[in-house]
Design a protein around this ligand. Structure first.
Ligand SMILES: Nc1ncnc2c1ncn2[C@@H]1O[C@H](COP(=O)(O)OP(=O)(O)OP(=O)(O)O)[C@@H](O)[C@H]1O
Ligand SMILES: [Mg+2]
Length: 331
């Protein structure tokens, strides 16, 4: 592992808001701060609608940054010069959530994989085919697949082609948004192994998004848990799994299938659905579903605080629930 201390990519109080109708505003991401260190795999988890994809889309410029900053190697990406911007665009690649719609049905697999190089004018035209073929080989797709169209490929093959497409610009960061969610369990394992191999071969830093904690925990060095547009817990994978701090993370963890179910505590069933980000509850956003909520949780909005080194959480009752001496250090 080549993890260095300097963050390669960082988000500083990033917010993404969408106007809805004439008067309303939906806050999909609300003040998210995150640092991604070179060489690490950062997992992003949370229920549907928690804002995971929007964070990813804001990083690559596909969602509006309404507040806060995205930094690449310390520089605000909104003020990059032409050359730096191009470096950023090529260096941060995203594999989209839906493998079926991500490939153009009218293009062959080779054309789709070549396309990022054609668009960016990257490399000599004569080299592009070879680079695309090498990327397709690296993801396990043989030469027979080159001239096929997406509808002629299985779900797993399509996802491999999407990954190949993301590799041809020599990225440093790969954002995988629910990259295995649409696949059956055996294929999921294959693609996860492939991503792990590619991470080593291409020396990638990975942001791995999933609603499935068991998938994320296999790959991630650190995990960030999102709820209703906010980060509620962030920590090293083992630390977060063994010393879970936030009641929401506890609920996600308790819902995971375990090899030894006897080793698990009681399963926490969350009441109701995630509230609408159009009208988030006052106080702690999780209070409407939290089994530990008290009156103050409906009034005060908890900040993300460092609880133990490298492990932070946003919960007003953390001290009472865990008997920890909370250091009041905003993360
Ligand atoms: N373009 C948009 N316009 C308006 N609202 C949006 C837009 N994109 C996302 N949202 C809303 O923002 C919130 C966060 O959505 P997002 O897709 O980021 O969640 P997610 O965590 O990726 O969920 P999932 O697990 O279902 O993929 C949701 O309430 C969603 O409806
Ligand atoms: Mg999503």
């Amino acid at each position: 592992m080549t993890t260095s201390k300097e963050p390669l990519l960082s988000l500083d109080r990033l917010s993404v808001r969408y106007p809805v109708g004439r008067r309303k505003t939906l806050t999909a991401v609300d003040g998210v701060s995150l640092s991604v260190r070179e060489g690490e795999t950062l997992g992003l988890i949370g229920e549907s609608g928690s804002g995971k994809s929007t964070v990813a889309r804001a990083i690559v410029g596909l969602a509006p940054v309404s507040g806060g900053t995205v930094r690449w190697e310390g520089k605000d990406v909104s003020s990059l010069g032409r050359r730096e911007r191009r470096d950023f665009v090529e260096s941060v690649q995203m594999i989209f959530q839906d493998p079926h719609s991500a490939l153009d049905p009218r293009r062959t697999i080779l054309q789709s994989v070549r396309e990022p190089m054609d668009t960016m004018g990257r490399r000599k035209k004569s080299e592009r085919r070879d680079v695309a073929v090498k990327a397709l080989e690296d993801v396990g797709l043989s030469a027979q697949m080159l001239d096929r169209y997406p509808h002629q490929l299985s779900g797993g093959q399509k996802q491999r082609a999407n990954i190949a497409r993301a590799l041809v610009t020599d990225p440093r960061v790969l954002i995988c948004d629910e990259s295995v969610a649409a696949l059956d369990v055996a294929l999921q394992a294959e693609i996860l192994n492939l991503l792990q191999d590619l991470k080593d071969e291409y020396e990638l830093t990975v942001i791995f998004i999933s609603h499935d904690l068991s998938v994320v925990s296999h790959l991630a060095d650190r995990i960030s848990v999102m709820y209703l547009g906010r980060i509620v817990e962030l920590g090293g994978t083992e630390d977060l799994m063994d010393h879970t701090l936030h009641p929401y993370s506890e609920a996600l963890l308790s819902a995971q299938p375990l090899v030894d179910p006897a080793s698990r505590g009681e399963r926490i069933i969350l009441r109701g659905d995630i509230p609408s980000p159009l009208s988030p509850p006052p106080g702690c956003r999780f209070n409407t579903r939290c089994p530990h909520a008290v009156a103050s949780c409906r009034e005060s909005d908890p900040q993300l605080l460092t609880i133990t080194p490298g492990h932070s959480a946003a919960c007003l009752r953390i001290d009472e629930l865990h008997g920890l001496g909370v250091r009041e250090v905003p993360t």
